[in-house]
Ligand binder design. Structure first.
Ligand SMILES: C[S@@+](CC[C@H](N)C(=O)[O-])C[C@H]1O[C@@H](n2cnc3c(N)ncnc32)[C@H](O)[C@@H]1O
Length: 204
C-alpha cells in the first residue's frame, strides 16, 4: 500500500476509518445512517472518487520556520490550488465513543457527532488529516474548516476538511494556493484544556 511522503514509519497509515470495539450498537447505527435517507439532510455527501488515498490535494511537510509555533513538527500543505468551499480530505482515525477505546489526552481527537458522543482520534494511527495545524500564531484566520460528511467510499459518517468559503463568492476568501499551509481552528476549548493541563503539571 502506498503511503504519503513524510508519513512517520512508526504510525499505521489508514485508508479507511477504524472502529473502536467499545462503540455501542446505537453509535454504529448513527455512523452507518446515510443522511440522504433521513429528514435532516444537511451534511455533504462525498463521492468515493474524492477520497482516494493518499490524497492528491495535500502534502505533509516538516515545518522549519522558527517563528511558526509548531516549528520542528509537521504541517499539512496544499499540493495544488484549492478553490473556496472545495472538499480537501477526510480525517481518518479510530472512531470511538466517550466510553473509551482511545487516549483521553490525545491532541488528535475531533468530534464527529457530539450528540451521539462519537469522536475520531488520529493519535495512534490516521491519515494526512492528522497533520493539520491550528491557525493561531501562523495566520490571521483559518483557511480550512472541518465538519461531518457522508463518505460514500466507506458508507459511513466521517470527519472531513473543506476550504473556507463558498464556491461562487468573490471577496477576501480566495481558496488555498498550492504550497500554502492548510490551517483550521481547533476551537478555544482545545487551547483552554491544554493551558489548564500545563498549569496542573506546573503545580505538581
Ligand atoms: C493535530 S496535531 C497537528 C500536527 C502536528 N504538528 C504534528 O506534527 O503531529 C496538534 C498538535 O500540533 C501542534 N500545533 C498545531 N497548531 C499549533 C499552533 N497554532 N500553535 C502551537 N502548536 C500547534 C500542537 O503541538 C498540537 O498539540
Amino acid at each position: 500500500m502506498s503511503k504519503p511522503k513524510n508519513w512517520p514509519d512508526t504510525l499505521p497509515y489508514l485508508t479507511a476509518p477504524l472502529h473502536s470495539k467499545e462503540l455501542s450498537p446505537s453509535q454504529l447505527q448513527t455512523l452507518r445512517t446515510n443522511p440522504r435517507n433521513s429528514s435532516s439532510h444537511t451534511i455533504q455527501i462525498i463521492p468515493a472518487s474524492s477520497t482516494q488515498t493518499p490524497s492528491t490535494n495535500v502534502k505533509i511537510q516538516p515545518i522549519q520556520e522558527p517563528s511558526h509555533p509548531a516549528n520542528g513538527q509537521y504541517g499539512l500543505f496544499a499540493a495544488r490550488d484549492l478553490k473556496p468551499g472545495a472538499f480537501i480530505l477526510p480525517y481518518l482515525g479510530r472512531v470511538h465513543g466517550g466510553g473509551g477505546g482511545t487516549d483521553p489526552h490525545s491532541d488528535y481527537d475531533l468530534w464527529l457527532d457530539r450528540d451521539a458522543d462519537i469522536a475520531v482520534d488520529a493519535g495512534r494511527e490516521g491519515n494526512e488529516g492528522r497533520f493539520v495545524n491550528d491557525y493561531r500564531g501562523v495566520k490571521r484566520r483559518p483557511n480550512a474548516e472541518f465538519g461531518a460528511a457522508w463518505c460514500e467510499r466507506w458508507g459511513q459518517l466521517c470527519v472531513a476538511f473543506w476550504v473556507v468559503g463558498s464556491p461562487g463568492k468573490k471577496g477576501r476568501l480566495e481558496g488555498i494556493r498550492k504550497g500554502e499551509e492548510i490551517l483550521v481552528s481547533y476551537g478555544k476549548c482545545f487551547w483552554e484544556e491544554r493551558m489548564a493541563e500545563a498549569e496542573r503539571v506546573g503545580e505538581d
